[in-house]
Design a protein around this ligand. Structure first.
Ligand code: G1P
Length: 300
């Protein structure tokens, strides 16, 4: 089986759910404790064996490019001040992996954003990681689990987890067929169905390993009512031509495109942070105690 070594990270969205924070800052650069969200995604890709990444940007690419680039002035400053640890941290980011960029000129949806990466990908299988889903699994990164399933089957694999029925309309939902352990065959897919229409509660969670045939089907995927080409619609066409699998990956997943999900990620990553863990846990315990004592949450 051809090993997968390329990944596409779409980062061209407007981030309207986080306005005004995202007016001038790409939402992928919002920090979770001390790292921008997109760095967690890039680190997961690297830990899964990816060595070449393309980020599809929109009008907001500057800050993302600068983040993964060298910063000569900052390095000199840190060297002069003897701040070795910080120097190591920022040098590591630029040496992590080969990152390229392509711009999606008009925001025509996720499917179209991925189509912008076709020349980079060429005729190889490739991974896609969406920035709104951060998955914590230090032993087996989510993408690695999908890559293992791809290497066993040779077929496209999409990452899923179960969500409550009340939340199905936020996701692409999979109609699953036969299962073997965590691996399901995919019978159908629906983008953001209503709870009544949803064929299951298995939601697509922003991790995909795809054959290059996806680019052929993207060319004949019709835009949705809002004029956007949906990746889920292209996957439905792919499933007609090729076998498509869904893999129920293991890991704590955060929806950081949602304000509450973003806060949960911030709190839980802070509790795992080597320096913050103890003092932050103590602060939270005291805060919870105060809230309990007050009997209800007091906004003041
Ligand atoms: C996208 C996909 C959807 C998937 C979701 C996961 O939606 O279109 O199928 O379930 O990501 O986060 P978005 O959140 O970009 O609207």
């Amino acid at each position: 089986m051809e090993p997968v070594h390329k990944a596409v990270i779409p980062a061209a969205g407007f981030g309207t759910r986080f306005l005004p924070a995202t007016k001038a800052l790409p939402k992928e650069m919002l920090p979770i404790v001390d790292k921008p969200a997109i760095q967690y995604i890039v680190e997961e890709a690297i830990a899964s064996g990816i060595d070449s990444i393309i980020i599809v940007t929109g009008r907001n690419k500057r800050a993302i490019e600068d983040h993964f680039d060298r910063s000569a002035e900052l390095e000199i400053e840190l060297k002069e001040k003897g701040k070795q640890e910080q120097l190591r941290l920022i040098q590591e980011i630029s040496e992590m992996v080969d990152v390229q960029y392509v711009r999606q000129k008009v925001p025509h949806g996720l499917g179209d954003a991925i189509y912008c990466a076709r020349n980079f990908v060429g005729d190889e299988p490739f991974a896609v990681l969406l920035g709104d889903d951060i998955v914590y699994n230090p032993q087996r990164p989510a993408l690695r689990q999908l890559l293992d399933a791809y290497e066993r089957s040779g077929r496209s694999v999409i990452g899923v987890q179960e969500v409550p029925r009340t939340q199905v309309s936020r996701y692409g939902i999979v109609a699953a067929g036969q299962a073997e352990g965590r691996l399901y065959t995919v019978r159908d897919l629906v983008e953001k169905p209503s709870p009544e229409e949803a064929p299951s509660q298995l939601a697509i969670m922003g991790r995909y390993v795809l054959t290059p045939h996806l680019f052929d089907v993207l060319e004949r995927t019709t835009p949705d009512a809002g004029g956007e080409i949906q990746l889920t619609d292209a996957l439905r066409l792919l499933a007609e031509d090729e076998m498509l699998y869904a893999y129920y990956f293991e890991g704590r997943r955060y929806d950081i495109g949602d304000k509450l999900g973003y806060l949960q990620a911030t709190v839980e990553f802070a509790l795992r942070h080597p320096e913050l863990s103890a003092p932050f846990a103590q602060y939270l315990q005291e805060l919870v105690q105060q809230l309990n004592d007050a009997g209800e949450y007091a906004a003041s």
